[in-house]
Design a protein around this ligand. Structure first.
Ligand code: GRG
Length: 294
C-alpha cells in the first residue's frame, strides 16, 4: 500500500505539472475565464482518470511522456462535467473538491463558459499526442467525442436527471452509471493504450477493465454518499437520498452493493491477465478504488 501511495503521489504531481503547462496561465486574457478554469482543475481532485490513462500506457509498454496529453485531456473533460453538474440548473452544489464550486466563486455565466472551454481544450490536447501507427489522431478524438456525447456522459446525465424521484430498474440505473462514470474511466485507459500503440487484444482488455472498474467505482461512490461526511468527501454527502435518486444501495442494500463492487473488481483483474506483470499498477488501482473511503 505504501508503494501505491508513493506511486499515486508521484503520478499526481506529474499530471499537475503538465496541466499547469497546458492550461493557459491565469493572467491570459480573458483572465477571469482562465482563473475559473484553473480554480476547478487545481482544487484538488484525485486525478484518477489521468493516472489510469498513464498506467494503461505503461501496461502496453508505452511512455508516460507520450500518454500525458491524453491523460490531461480526460482530466479536463472530467472537470468540465463537474463544473456543469454543480450548476444551479443541475445539482446546485456549493462545494466540490473541498472548495466552493466554480459558479459560487465566479458566477454562473463564467462557470458555464469555463466548463465549455475545458471541454474544447480536452480535444485540443488529444490532438497533440505523438503519432502512433495503429491509432491515428482522428480515432483518439473519436474515442473522446463518443464518450463526451449524447450516448454516454451527457446521455447518462439526462437519464440521471429524469430518474430523480423515481425507482429505477437495475438495468436503467446501470445505463446511468455506465454513461456518467464508466464510459470516461474506460476511455481514460483506452486513450492510454492508444498513445502506446496498443494491439486490438490489449484494447479489448482495457475496455473490459475500464467498464468493470468504472461501474465498481460508481457503486462505491453511491455507498460513500450514504456512509461518509461532507468534510471527508469534499462535496455534499447524502445528496442521493435528498434528491430521491435511485442508487445501488437504495435498490439492493449496502451489503449486496459492496458484494457487486467486489465481483466487478475481480472481473477487472481477469481482464488484465493479458498484460502480465506490466498490468500491476492497473490492478492495484482497481483495488484502491474498491477500498477508498473518499
Ligand atoms: C455533461 C453536465 C454534464 C455532466 C456529465 C460526469 C457527469 C455527467 C457529472 C459529474 C457528476 C458526477 C457525480 C459524476 C459521476 C462520476 C463521479 C463519481 C465523479 C466524481 O469523480 P471523482 O471522485 O472526483 O474522481 P475528483 O474530484 O476526485 O476528480
Amino acid at each position: 500500500m505504501s508503494d501505491l501511495k508513493a506511486y499515486l503521489s508521484e503520478r499526481c504531481q506529474f499530471v499537475d505539472d503538465a496541466l499547469n503547462r497546458l492550461i493557459p496561465a491565469a493572467a491570459t486574457r480573458p483572465s477571469t475565464l482562465h482563473q475559473a478554469m484553473r480554480h476547478s482543475v487545481f482544487a484538488g481532485g484525485k486525478r484518477l482518470r489521468p493516472i489510469l490513462c498513464l498506467a494503461a500506457a505503461e501496461a502496453c509498454g508505452g511512455l508516460a511522456d507520450d500518454a500525458i496529453y491524453n491523460a490531461c485531456a480526460v482530466e479536463c473533460l472530467h472537470t468540465y462535467s463537474l463544473i456543469h453538474d454543480d450548476l444551479p440548473c443541475m445539482d446546485d452544489d456549493d462545494m466540490r473538491r473541498g472548495v466552493p464550486t466554480c459558479h459560487k466563486v465566479f458566477g454562473e455565466a463564467i462557470a458555464l463558459l469555463a466548463g465549455d472551454a475545458l471541454q474544447a481544450l480536452a480535444f485540443e490536447l488529444v490532438s497533440k499526442t505523438p503519432v502512433v501507427q495503429r491509432h491515428p489522431a482522428a480515432l483518439m478524438v473519436l474515442e473522446l467525442a463518443r464518450t463526451a456525447g449524447s450516448l454516454h456522459l451527457v446521455g447518462g446525465q439526462v437519464a440521471d436527471l429524469e430518474g430523480e424521484g423515481k425507482k429505477l430498474q437495475l438495468e436503467d440505473l446501470r445505463f446511468v452509471h455506465e454513461g456518467k462514470t464508466a464510459a470516461l474511466l474506460t476511455t481514460s485507459v483506452k486513450l492510454g493504450g492508444m498513445s502506446a500503440n496498443a494491439t486490438q487484444d490489449q484494447m479489448q482488455a482495457l475496455h473490459d477493465f475500464g467498464m468493470a472498474t468504472g461501474l465498481a467505482f460508481q457503486i462505491i461512490d453511491d455507498i460513500l454518499d450514504v456512509t461518509q461526511t461532507s468534510e471527508k468527501l469534499g462535496k455534499s454527502a447524502g445528496k442521493d437520498v435528498a434528491s430521491e435518486k435511485s442508487t445501488y444501495p437504495a435498490l439492493m442494500g449496502l451489503e449486496a452493493s459492496r458484494a457487486e463492487a467486489h465481483r466487478l473488481t475481480e472481473a477487472s483483474h481477469k481482464a488484465l491477465e493479458v498484460f502480465g506483470s506490466a498490468g500491476g499498477h492497473l490492478r492495484q488501482l482497481a483495488d484502491y478504488l474498491l477500498n477508498r473511503d473518499y
